[in-house]
Design a protein around this ligand. Structure first.
Ligand SMILES: Cc1cc2nc3c(=O)[nH]c(=O)nc-3n(C[C@H](O)[C@H](O)[C@H](O)COP(=O)(O)OP(=O)(O)OC[C@H]3O[C@@H](n4cnc5c(N)ncnc54)[C@H](O)[C@@H]3O)c2cc1C
Length: 421
């Protein structure tokens, strides 16, 4: 028992931050728990990473929202630690600080790339399709996102690469029940994507994707699937699925899976580029208009001081993607968070950590831009669900100013806010 209740701060409201709040509440029913979040909206990559057409994965949101609604955890959105509030000030106000800031920067492909080649990180691309408000991708003079062209190369064989391929290849009519950002998807596909070539270094038997993700692509009715880099001696479920797939040469989109294929250079060529690939000792050239790299996230080039190791202290802990170097599903991160909360529990029991910090009250009036609480998020949530187009479950607001206006109940003269990119 503690004479005074524990005051805990969590930085980041993605899945790991939400799990941390949940486990802390289970350990200490009287703890004061505050979750700080840069955006006015919670849930991090659950909202902005998990693919828009995988709503089943996003159902975990109901569990997370109970943490704030029922378990009395404070949500302090629209506050970036390190920008709106100095980390030292935060650290002084709480008995324990849990950093759950994730990793945002796509790992760069380590090959020779001409400066005219259009290369996008898969994380940035998928966040854009998920309505992320800070998209930093090439735009046309009118502000619309530049089209990817007809031929897209995708480097990587993990589940993020499979998300990219599926979302690019899927027909418009198959997005029913999703919350895809239709405007951005149309802008990316404005030239009509016809060919998607996917390059993985490993043989098919060691490809990192989940078989269910792979089969979902093979089941797309509007695509033809071709493949290369299979030596015939291999035996695995992915290959069985590939071989039994019926060929559809007249389909509008062709997806080529190339295994044992390592890109070595990408050179500009006219309006597009040529991707040079080494495959089983041979060199092959692929003509592409854009290249999307899905080769993980980079802990070192992150703009975030948390991952640069600047934020530390005896009572400061790291969880989730920040801790794991941008790896793992939500379930894997849950296990990591549980282990860290156990560590914290022992640290209080052993006397390495102590109560006595003032908590959130010490920071009253410290957020000059104003913060968004959980009721504010609920107003945004209700607005997005109410104003979604037919066949969609929500239309995300894509500008922070719009989110703040809705959270603060400001109604524009038109009576309805419009989304724009
Ligand atoms: C494209 C993609 C698809 C995925 N699909 C799935 C899937 O289908 N199923 C699955 O289980 N997993 C999936 N994952 C993995 C899953 O998203 C991660 O396991 C999980 O989001 C990691 O959670 P996190 O809380 O550690 O980080 P994040 O989700 O990144 O959350 C970090 C949060 O911290 C906030 N933040 C950062 N800096 C600050 C600061 N200084 N101050 C305040 N707030 C800050 C950010 O805004 C963000 O909200 C996917 C990942 C990606 C990229």
């Amino acid at each position: 028992m503690h004479a005074r209740s524990i005051k805990a701060a969590i930085v980041g409201s993605g899945p790991s931050g939400c799990y941390a709040a949940q486990f802390l509440r289970k350990c200490w029913s009287d703890a004061e728990i505050t979750v700080f979040e840069s955006l006015p909206v919670p849930y991090g990559l659950m909202r902005y990473g998990v693919a828009a057409d995988h709503q089943g994965q996003k159902a975990i949101e109901a569990q997370f929202s109970r943490v704030f609604e029922r378990d009395g955890v404070h949500f302090v959105g629209n506050v970036t630690i390190g920008v709106d509030l100095h980390f030292d000030m935060l650290a002084a106000a709480f008995d324990v600080v849990i950093l759950a800031t994730g990793l945002r920067t796509d790992r760069r492909l380590d090959i020779e790339t001409g400066s005219d080649c259009r290369v996008l990180g898969a994380g940035e691309f998928l966040r854009a399709l998920n309505g992320w408000p800070e998209v930093d991708l090439p735009r046309k003079p009118d502000g619309r996102l530049a089209a990817l062209g007809k031929r897209v190369g995708v480097v990587g064989n993990g589940n993020v690469a499979m998300d990219v391929v599926r979302l690019l290849g899927k027909a418009d009519a198959d997005f029913d029940g999703s919350d895809i950002d239709d405007a951005r998807l149309a802008q990316f596909r404005a030239a009509g994507v016809r060919q998607i070539d996917v390059f993985g270094r490993s043989p098919i038997s060691r490809a990192k994707f989940d078989i269910a993700m792979f089969k979902e692509i093979l089941a797309l009715p509007n695509v033809n699937v071709i493949y290369s880099g299979i030596d015939g001696g291999e035996d695995c479920r992915a290959l069985d699925a590939l071989r039994t797939r019926v060929q559809m040469p007249a389909a509008p989109v062709t997806i080529g899976f190339h295994f044992c294929a390592t890109p070595v250079a990408c050179c500009a060529d006219g309006d597009g580029a040529v991707l040079e690939v080494k495959q089983n000792g041979d060199r092959r050239d692929f003509e592409i208009d854009s290249l999307i790299t899905a080769v993980g996230f980079d802990p070192l080039s992150s703009r975030d001081p948390a991952s640069a190791g600047q934020w530390c202290g005896q009572h400061v802990y790291r969880v989730g993607w920040l801790h794991n170097g941008g790896k793992g599903t939500m379930a894997e991160n849950r296990r990591n968070v549980k282990a860290v909360i156990d560590e914290i529990r022992h640290a209080f029991a052993d006397g390495h950590l102590a109560t006595g910090a003032p908590g959130l009250t010490a920071l009253t009036g410290r957020f000059p831009g104003g913060h968004v609480d959980f009721d504010g998020w609920r107003r945004i949530d209700a607005h997005e669900r109410k104003h979604c187009p037919p066949g969609r479950v929500r239309r995300k607001l894509t500008e922070v100013g719009q989110m703040l206006a809705v959270a603060r109940r400001h109604v524009l003269a038109s009576g309805m806010l419009t989304t724009s990119c």
